[in-house]
Design a protein around this ligand. Structure first.
Ligand code: GDP
Length: 196
């Protein structure tokens, strides 16, 4: 199972540069360094996002077209330790505009490091998604770094935490970009989401 060919078509640093709505979209977000770029590349099965190009520094939303069928959106990471207040406000405005206005946005995949679980920066983001009525699903990544019994426990804890959110998909997904585990399953999930 493969996704349609993905190609970059727009980057938005400010709300007015967000491209017009055309096709269904899914977006990826997470704390800086969580493994978002690696995951998007694994899904695409090619390097479309440079992992050295740290999104914590380039605060823009990147739009990738999947053969005009749907779009995959790479959102700038949050929870970066050293950002200027000014930058944070700009990030907030951009993200908030995108997620509140975007009628074509079907789901946000919130990427969580399987070693760390849901942190405060994640909670803040999830609460915003709930408030804005945006559907989301948790993707636990770097699962190769956690031994199976700990991973099983982590999964249960995360799943339980999701009860408090009305817009959360109740099933967290588990992946490893490095070992290419869970990638087919996530592709399938994405295709179902954009076709729904
Ligand atoms: P981003 O800042 O969220 O885009 O994170 P990157 O994709 O750049 O990854 C951050 C670091 O985590 C890099 O050193 C990656 O090699 C590593 N990484 C990403 N995904 C995985 C994974 O599934 N397993 C392991 N072990 N390391 C990963």
């Amino acid at each position: 199972l493969e996704l349609p060919h993905l190609s970059f078509f727009a980057g938005a640093k400010i709300p007015s540069s967000i491209p017009p709505e055309r096709v269904p979209e899914v977006a990826f977000v997470g704390r800086s360094n969580v493994g978002k770029s690696s995951l998007i590349n694994a899904l695409a099965d090619t390097t479309i996002v440079r992992t050295s190009n740290k999104p914590g520094l380039t605060r823009q939303i990147n739009f990738y077209a999947a053969s005009r069928i749907f779009n995959m959106i790479d959102m700038p990471g949050y929870g970066f330790a050293y950002v200027k207040e000014e930058e944070l406000i700009q990030w907030g405005k951009l993200i908030e505009t995108y997620i509140t206005m975007r009628t074509t946005l079907k789901k946000i995949y919130v990427i969580i490091d399987a070693r760390h679980g849901i942190k405060l920066a994640d909670v803040n983001f999830l609460e915003m998604l709930d408030k804005k009525d945006v559907k989301f699903q948790i993707v636990l990544t770097k699962c190769d770094m956690v031994i199976p019994p700990d991973l099983a426990r982590r999964y249960v804890v995360v799943k339980k935490k999701l009860n408090q959110y009305k817009n959360a998909n109740e099933e967290p997904l588990m992946v490893s970009a490095r070992k290419k585990a869970g990638i087919l399953n996530l592709r399938k999930e994405i295709l179902q989401t954009v076709e729904a």
